[in-house]
Design a protein around this ligand. Structure first.
Ligand SMILES: [Zn+2]
Ligand SMILES: [Zn+2]
Length: 341
């Protein structure tokens, strides 16, 4: 089988290796398609702080069950479409004991601190599998992971019904959070970015207001959109200090700002305002299995992904996919790698 190993930043080696039979408790998946995510690009550039090399990347994928190892209970039938959670957790640290596996003290993520799915056949513990509907496209399957990120962050925010919501950053995750907020009954959803392309995609996905904050301030935009109603929930999905600072400044007193973005360097924010306005700052990190199960349902019903898929590359062109993203950053969303030609 073909396997793609990132030897060092900017260098992927493709090689033929023997496929191994699935071990005890494992299932072998024939990988069909992999989605590229922002953190993958950091690994390509050598700017991901927690990824040693060499590494086999890939954590957003769709494949089919190809072989079942010994001691697997309730195994899905051969040929079943599946994806899988990439987390490896210890099960005995304090967060794990409380069921919060996503923030395990010893968390490893496949594609980063462990090998991912960048190969034709991928062995993975059966308990990590998430079964997909028969009629799912490879795009839908590869989107379960990013949609789960959106599900988890919306769950952290509580009931969204009737609330005005701001999402800062209209990349894939911000877009999906905005769509999900609508699906969960938010009154009005306003999304911001500095790239018109991403804002157009958000409009195509039915987001109420898409604002370019390089031309209009968040304050003016939210006053125009929400009037006296204001907004009491913001998702910072840009990973940009200025957008976090503007959310803290403009949100209603007592509101909640959820941190979903990843920051290159620690952002500086006015904690005095956080204190005086009783603002709740909360984090959101990856997801739980329940989030994946809901993501599958959402992809089958209310979340549109077609406007988000920018381009497909063949498996052997994976490095070209990264170059394409580098060149077209502001006018690209999700890029896919087709492992099966
Ligand atoms: Zn991802
Ligand atoms: Zn743990």
């Amino acid at each position: 089988m073909k396997q793609a190993t990132m030897e060092k930043p900017g260098n992927i080696r493709f090689e033929d290796v023997a496929e191994t039979p699935p071990g005890e408790g494992e299932v072998r998946i024939r990988v069909q398609q992999i989605g590229i995510c922002g953190s993958d690009i950091h690994v390509w550039h050598g700017t991901h702080p927690f990824t040693p090399y060499p590494v086999i990347q890939g954590h957003e994928f769709m494949g089919v069950v190809d072989a079942i190892g010994p001691c697997v209970e309730n195994a899905p039938a051969i040929g079943t479409k599946v994806t899988a959670l990439p987390q490896i957790v210890c099960g005995h640290c304090n967060p794990c004991k409380k069921g919060r596996f996503n923030i395990c003290e010893n968390l490893k993520v496949r594609g980063f601190q462990a090998n991912g799915c960048g190969r034709e056949y991928y062995n993975i513990p059966a308990e990590r599998l998430v079964v997909l509907p028969d009629d799912f496209s490879a795009d839908q399957g590869a989107f379960v992971e990013p949609v789960s990120v959106a599900v988890h962050s919306c769950n952290r925010a509580g009931d969204l019904k009737g609330r005005n919501v701001v999402v800062l950053g209209a990349g894939t995750i911000g877009n999906l959070i905005a769509q999900l907020a609508k699906a969960r009954g938010a009154a009005k959803v306003l999304i911001t970015d500095i790239a018109d392309y991403r804002l157009d995609v958000a409009r195509q996905c039915g987001v109420d207001y898409a604002i370019n904050t390089s031309r209009e301030s968040l304050k003016d935009a939210t006053t125009a959109a929400f009037g006296d109603g204001g907004f009491d929930l913001a998702f910072e999905a840009a990973g940009v200090e200025a957008s976090l600072a503007s959310a803290i400044k403009c949100i209603e007193k007592g509101g909640m700002v959820l941190i979903v973005g990843v920051y290159g360097k620690p952002p500086v924010v006015d904690m005095g305002v956080v204190g005086e306005h009783e603002i709740v700052l909360a984090g959101s990190m990856m997801y739980w299995r329940e989030d994946w199960e809901e993501a599958v349902k959402l992809l089958a019903s209310s979340i549109s992904i077609a406007p988000l898929v920018s381009k497909h590359f063949a498996f052997a062109e994976w490095p070209d996919a990264y170059r394409f993203i580098d060149k077209n950053g502001a006018s690209t969303m999700k890029v896919m790698v087709d492992v099966q030609g």
